[in-house]
Each structure stands twice: as C-alpha cells, then as structure tokens.
Design a protein. Structure first.
Length: 129
C-alpha cells in the first residue's frame, strides 16, 4: 500500500510539473558575454506561439524586456525601447545593446498583449563587450 501511495504521489507531482508552461531563452545563456549585436532565441513549453490578435486559449507570443521587470498578469505589455514585441509569432531576434551589464526578461502574453504574469516570464543577465 505504501508503494502505491508513493507512486501515485510521484506521478501527480510529475504531471503537475510537466503540464506547467515554461518560457526560457534558448540563447543567449544566463551570464553569457555577448557582442554588441547578438541573436536571442525564445522558447515556450505547454503553450503555442501565435500572432498577436489571435485570442485562443493556450496561445500567445513573446516580448523581450531589456533592463526591466516582468509585467503584472493582465496588464498590457508596453511598446517602447525597453519592451520589444514579437506579435508576428517570431521566436528569434537580433538585439543590439551598448557595452555593459544588462538583464533580458522574456514575457509571454496573450493575443491582446496582456501579460500572462511572472510565472510566464524568465530573466537572464548578459554582459555586452
């Protein structure tokens, strides 16, 4: 009986983590030294990347926040020099930054650019040389 309960608990725990959508940077990696112009590649697990304007459950698109913080859940991601939109459903971008240390935050949002919250974001640090 104990073995059954332990197995059931582990399966429940595994399914909970497997079902949770995750966003991450394919490149660059955290604490990587990059040139002034470099490629960024985004990925999301458990969701489908779709163009802005499409309001379907389980879909959204990426935003890159440079030297900023995640956008609160339900808030529209601003469109300015700090917040880059990829409403065309792209998963790669060329980024140019001045030398120094920077944070890059990937924020996933729905088709109306409304943030899916901090749990759908990730932040890395890079140094531009």
């Amino acid at each position: 009986m104990k073995l059954f309960l332990v197995t059931a608990f582990l399966l429940t725990l595994t399914n909970a983590f497997a079902a949770a959508p995750m966003v991450h940077f394919v490149k660059p990696h955290d604490k990587e030294v990059v040139p002034p112009t470099f490629q960024v590649e985004f990925a999301v697990d458990g969701m489908t990347v779709a163009k802005a304007g499409e309001l379907k459950a389980g879909t959204g698109h990426h935003h890159l926040i440079i030297d900023g913080t995640p956008v609160a859940k339900g808030q529209v991601v601003p469109k300015d020099e700090t917040h880059k939109h990829f409403g065309d459903a792209s998963t790669t971008a060329s980024v140019s930054l001045k030398p120094g240390k920077h944070t890059l935050t990937m924020q996933f949002a729905d088709g109306a650019h409304k943030s899916l919250g901090e749990e759908y974001s990730t932040t890395i640090n890079v140094e531009v040389k």
